[in-house]
Design a protein around this ligand. Structure first.
Ligand code: DMJ
Length: 672
């Protein structure tokens, strides 16, 4: 062992002993004599060689000399590059920031989250592979391309770290930009400060460069729990329902609605936002090779617009991959026959292979929410393609509905006739099924178009006044404000879970300059929506609740009828929680969402993959799984969860994007 003790002993010296002979010892003269002698004897030997022998020796000398010169040059080069690399590496290590998990969870990690989520290796910025098919985004976008956002890359890097997949790639000092796997050309992050604990108003940036310099916000534990849930759901879909519409997780099979891979398309932009690269790539391949719209199949205009057209458009915007725009154009064109009606109010169903459309078999009516909640998508399609026919068709519907009689202080009936263009079944008003997204799209179209289309705003403002006047009541005992229904002058204390989109929409309006009392109403309504979960045995909301208007001993605010006690994994409450957190920064909204996620994990998660709707939210010991995972669980519910838990306001910035009613973000044409 080489130790301090050895070093302290007498110094050990290695040496060679040389004995000098008398001739050498005398000095220089003796040495010179020997050299002259050796030279003479060599010359003699050379002369004794044949001419051939001399030529061979000379040739060998020449050859060795040439080799020597060549190898000197290449060794020199190699040496130079090694030296440079070492210098580069040193610089890189000093300059590349280390990502660390910040923002520890307030609540404990979910039961089923991966055990090692707490161990986050330090990692360096990596250089993900460049994908050949990914192109930069559309040239006619008025927005900063979303894929320049360093935050999206940070999420992907963090995911890779969690999976232990990160390879530490050294980034050359000269390399100023990095190509992310999303096709985004981005600048390396300058710093990785933990996110601020409060969501603040977005800063206004004068240039793209300024935005690229902004600090990245790491993914936190709750977001990781959402990613874990998503992957579990995706596993079920991939194993048992790949390319089909919906997963049946218990029977390990699938169901078809349109036969168009609905879950896969609905989930594309969620995959992107969650940073699930491999899954996105696989799904993208399916879209490229297997998504064929030329099929003799009837699809519902509204559902295929919000899920398929909306999903493809938003994925196009996020990825910049023109494949998705091509597919969006294809389905958009195939849906257009729906508008060929006497009134221009579209039919509910279209055969996308044959190019024919029709109303449901039993009526010539369409649903009001359906014909007025396809506008964001068709308008955006016109803007991207330059073909105004899409926008013209849907704008006409809105203009027509704007002028119709039969409204009650801005509240609309649930049906509209495709022949006459008039409302039918007058006198019933709800913000739930069949009318809900009419209200949502009034506001959202106004925002999408740069807040210029006054009729939309007028209709929205009037409708909210109508809600306040006719539909608001308070329950007992907790005095929760809820939105009921009106049927021929009679108030019903019934509220669909679907109505829980409203607090989020009201908050979005207030954020965009509408009256502050909209925000107040949003705050009271989101509390009610949360109670629709909290007051139920499983902590999950039923499809419909009835509120108690009179205090009764032992009764809660929320009553549930046997026919209404199912839960379809719907997103509306989580959606509103997301908006409320973004606009207030109040962490209670994140905590409520976290409770809901845990209850989904507790009662709807199927061990072999996927989540299922349940029949009975009131029975924790047997919630009666329904054996179906709706596509909006991946398209909406988990996406809004992920965004709710994020402290990064630029992760789908609400001043730049507007979510369609299926949670697919589309650009605001004139962003704030
Ligand atoms: C989704 O398809 C959309 O959110 C729609 O607006 C309402 N229904 C489901 C989710 O509940």
């Amino acid at each position: 062992m080489y130790s301090g003790a050895a070093a302290a002993g007498p110094p050990r010296r290695d040496f060679i002993s040389v004995t000098l002979g008398p001739e050498e010892a005398v000095g220089i003269g003796g040495y010179n004599n020997g050299k002259a002698w050796r030279r003479r004897s060599c010359w003699r030997k050379w002369k004794q060689l044949s001419r051939l022998q001399r030529s061979v020796i000379l040739f060998l000398f020449a050859f060795l000399a040439v080799c020597g010169v060549i190898s000197y040059t290449s060794v020199g080069e190699a040496w130079k590059s090694i030296t440079n690399k070492l210098l580069d590496d040193q610089r890189t290590e000093q300059e590349i920031p280390r990502f660390k998990l910040a923002n520890p969870a307030v609540l404990p990690a979910p039961q089923k989250a991966d055990a090692n989520h707490g161990d986050y290796p330090e990692l360096s910025l990596q250089k993900p592979p460049k994908l050949p098919h990914v192109r930069r985004g559309p040239s006619n976008l008025q927005l900063k391309a979303p894929w320049r956002d360093t935050r999206l890359k940070t999420q992907y890097d963090t995911m890779r770290a969690v999976e232990g997949l990160v390879e530490v790639d050294k980034v050359k000092e000269t390399e100023k930009s990095i190509i992310s796997w999303r096709g985004a050309v981005i600048e390396p992050d300058q710093s990785t400060e933990p996110p601020s604990s409060k969501i603040t108003e977005p800063e206004k940036h004068s240039s793209v460069e300024a935005e690229d310099q902004k600090e990245a916000v790491p993914i936190n534990e709750r977001q990781l729990a959402v990613i874990e849930a998503f992957r579990h759901a995706w596993k079920g879909y991939k194993d048992f329902a790949w390319g089909h519409d919906e997963l049946k997780p218990l029977s390990k099979s699938y169901s078809e609605w349109f036969g168009l891979g609905l879950t896969l398309i609905d989930a594309l932009d969620t995959l992107w936002i969650l940073g699930l690269k491999e899954e996105f790539e696989e799904a993208r391949k399916w879209v490229a090779n297997d998504l064929i719209f030329d099929k003799n199949v009837d699809v519902n205009l509204f559902e295929s617009t919000i899920r398929i057209l909306g999903g493809l458009l938003s994925t196009y915007h996020l990825s910049g991959d023109s494949l998705f725009l091509e597919k969006a154009k294809d389905i958009g064109n195939r849906l257009m026959p729906a508008f060929k009606t006497p009134s221009k109010i579209p039919y509910s169903d279209v055969n996308i292979g044959r190019g024919t459309a029709h109303p449901p078999r039993w009526t010539s009516d369409s649903t009001v929410a359906e014909v007025t909640s396809i506008q964001l998508e068709f308008r955006e399609l016109s803007r991207l393609t330059g073909d105004e026919k899409f926008q013209k068709a849907v704008d006409e519907v809105m203009k027509h509905v704007h002028t119709l009689s039969g409204k009650n202080d801005g509240l609309v009936p649930m049906f509209i006739n495709t022949n006459s263009g008039q409302f039918t079944h007058l006198g019933v008003y709800t913000l739930g099924a069949r009318a809900d997204s009419y209200y949502e799209y009034l506001l959202k179209q106004w925002i999408q178009g740069g807040k210029k289309e006054n009729e939309l705003l007028e209709d929205y403002m009037r409708a909210i006044e109508g809600v306040k006047k006719h539909l608001l009541q308070r329950s007992e005992p907790k005095k929760l404000t809820f939105v009921g229904e009106l049927a021929h002058g009679h108030f019903s204390a019934k509220m669909d879970h679907l109505v829980c989109f409203l607090p989020g929409t009201l908050a979005l309006g207030a954020h965009n300059g509408l009256p502050a009392d909209h925000m107040k109403l949003a705050e009271t309504l989101i509390e009610t929506c949360y109670q629709m979960y909290a007051q139920v045995e499983t902590g999950l909301s039923p499809e419909i609740v009835h509120f108690n208007l009179h205090a009764q001993k032992g009764h809660r605010d929320v009553e549930i009828k046997p026919a209404d006690r199912h839960n379809l994994l719907r997103p509306e409450t989580v959606e509103s929680l997301f908006y409320m957190y973004r606009f207030t920064g109040d962490k209670k909204y994140q905590d409520w969402g976290w409770e809901i996620l845990q209850n989904f994990n507790r009662y709807t998660r199927v061990p072999t993959g996927g989540y299922t709707s349940i029949n009975n939210v009131q029975n924790p010991s047997n919630p009666e799984p329904r054996d179906k995972m709706e596509s909006f669980f991946l398209g909406e519910t988990l996406k809004y969860m992920f965004l709710l838990f994020s402290d990064d306001i630029d992760l789908i910035n609400l001043d730049k994007y507007i979510f369609n009613t299926e949670a697919h973000p589309l650009p605001i044409w004139v962003p704030a």
